[in-house]
Design a protein around this ligand. Structure first.
Ligand code: 3UK
Length: 535
């Protein structure tokens, strides 16, 4: 694949939005959400208003503005408005806790925050503690008293004309926070060129996305995955994206598929499995979902083979499993239409190079496990203010993902697991340390260790091994109390789906918990002929 060239002065918002006016797509629908639709012409004007509104507040190019937003048309309007003004938007996960937002506001030194009204309670304390935060705009606020400024009022008051800030392809465009196994979340910094590069290489190159496609991503816009699926990719070709603010459940997703008849549907393995298991419409079929569907995409964690096969059987379309990371922005290793091998991540996306290295940094032969490295034209330049983690991850043109893979003689890559302790749960990172620290705050808990454990669909969920303090006895009631306790402390998807009480935890001579022994526990049980534990 030839390198994608950009002029020296290049602003991604102009390429993704204004270009379509010049190419005659003014009346085409760019976005639909529960409240209505935006044509490309309207989007261009709203984006200009958003850029002007942020500038009018005194936020300057290169400064940050955090976006804590549900998936409505306000998201692309503010994200692209910031880009066009040269301001750096930071979309953040809407499922996190006040402590997480406090960290990200302080770490990023964001000058502005645009927040959905429903999420305001989660961030109000953090707002007061972030010394650099000057302005808060509330999205989709109801009429009446509000202690903060309204986004819609600021948009209405702003001009709908805006000259793009003269960024280069190499200017930092936006940041995305990613959590690691230890320490707080780190912001990966992405450039203006990265948006269109991922669109050309993956969305156009692999999915063959076109102007007449309608895309629905159950994965939200604040994830790198959802941002590509429902913003960059459709805008790269003048297609339409469907936005859904609700939590993706089999019911809400099915309703959206029926109503909007998308041609491309993107989800995570947990959702595909849950939709297959759901029986509300007599079980999902093509007829009750979207007859228009031509491609489904899965990412975030490995798609179990049986889920892909069952989906194809029921829906008549394949699910293309592909792996992407926040650091590389989108999918770089993927199955392809007409070339799907369930149980594998497929082959490198043209434009990306992949290598698997052994512990001495030597390439491994086919059939042997190695550590995954990617040479990518969309790799973040670094993590903000994190020199050591940046050096460990971004090494010259190559990026280390922390995944273990094997490739076969035909060039297909199969995911084997992580080289750290991190878990992917429903496609979202969970640090076992974070869950352990939450558990340790409970009065009954002496210590806890958390590892990944597969459920009935062979998808990983957290399992806690807990040692109780004296005077506390193991019981089902305590098990449930501990689950609820974690849900109250952390983002709810992080709670342990199973709790097993032990007299002590396996440790090294120096007192380090031996997670590998706990991970191996289940296989010994199975090998011993006992029942397989499921939820
Ligand atoms: C894991 C997968 C096996 C893997 C992402 C698509 O998930 C995304 O980004 P994150 O930063 O997590 C990255 C990590 O998740 N993973 C993702 N996809 C797969 N493992 N098979 C897969 N198909 O450990 C990887 O290192 O949250 C996904 C597009 C953009 C993204 N950022």
């Amino acid at each position: 694949v030839p390198a994608i060239e950009f002029p020296r002065q290049y602003n991604a918002a102009v390429d993704l939005v204004d270009r379509h006016l010049a190419e005659g797509r003014r009346e085409r629908i760019a976005f639909r959400d529960e409240h209505g639709a935006l044509t490309y012409g309207e989007l261009a004007r709203e984006v200009n208003r958003a850029g002007n509104a942020l500038l009018a507040l005194g936020i300057e190019p290169e400064q940050r503005v955090m976006l804590l937003l549900q998936d409505t048309t306000d998201f692309p309007v503010v994200f692209l408005g910031a880009l066009k003004a040269g301001i750096v938007p930071i979309p953040v996960n809407t499922l996190l806790t006040p402590a997480d937002y406090e960290h990200m506001l302080i770490d990023s030194r964001a000058r502005g925050l645009v927040v959905s009204e429903s999420l305001l309670p989660k961030v109000e304390v953090a707002m007061a503690r972030a010394p650099r935060l000057r302005h808060v705009l509330v999205s989709r606020a109801p009429e009446g008293n509000l202690r903060h400024e309204r986004l819609d009022a600021h948009l209405a008051a702003a001009s709908d004309e805006l000259e793009a800030f003269p960024t280069t392809p190499d200017d930092v465009a936006f940041w995305l926070y990613s959590s690691g196994s230890t320490g707080a979340a780190k912001a990966a910094m992405h450039l203006h060129a990265h948006l269109m590069r991922t669109a050309k290489l993956y969305a156009q190159g692999v999915l063959g996305i076109r102007e007449d496609d309608v895309v629905f991503s159950a994965a939200k816009l604040f994830f790198a995955y959802g941002l590509g699926n429902a913003l960059t990719f459709p805008l790269s070709v003048g297609a339409t994206a469907i936005l859904m603010a609700e939590r993706p459940t089999p019911a809400s997703v099915l309703r959206t598929l029926r109503e909007h008849q998308p041609t491309i549907f993107c989800g995570v393995p947990t959702l595909f499995a849950a939709m297959l298991a759901d029986t509300t419409q007599g079980g999902i079929t093509r007829a009750v979902a979207s007859r228009a569907l031509r491609i489904c995409v899965s990412a975030g964690e490995a798609l179990p083979k049986h889920v892909g096969e069952a989906w194809r059987e029921r829906m008549g379309t394949d699910i293309l499993d592909g792996i992407g990371t926040t650091e590389l922005l989108h999918i770089f290793l993927s199955n392809r239409p007409g070339d799907v091998r369930y149980g594998t991540s497929g082959k490198p996306v043209p434009g990306y190079e992949i290598k698997l290295l052994d512990d001495d940094g030597r390439p491994v032969p086919a059939g042997e496990e190695g550590s995954l490295w990617v040479k990518a034209p969309s790799a973040a330049t670094a993590y903000w203010n994190q020199r050591d983690p940046s050096m460990a991850t971004f090494q010259g043109p190559w990026t280390r993902t922390g995944d273990r893979y094997v490739h076969d003689a035909e060039g297909y890559f199969t995911y084997l697991g992580r080289s750290d302790d991190m878990l992917k749960v429903g496609g979202i990172w969970v640090s076992p340390f974070e869950v352990e620290s939450a558990l340790a705050q409970h009065e009954a808990v002496l210590e806890a260790a958390v590892v990944g454990h597969t459920d009935g669909d062979r998808l990983v969920k957290p399992k806690a091994y807990v040692v109780l303090r004296e005077g506390h006895a193991a019981s089902e009631a305590l098990e449930n109390a501990l689950k609820d306790f974690v849900k109250s402390k952390l983002a709810p998807y992080k709670y342990p789906r199973w709790v097993e009480f032990l007299a002590d935890l396996p440790k090294t001579a120096t007192g380090k918990i031996q997670r590998f022994r706990l991970r191996a526990k289940r296989s010994t049980i199975v090998a011993g002929g006992h029942r397989l534990e499921v939820e």
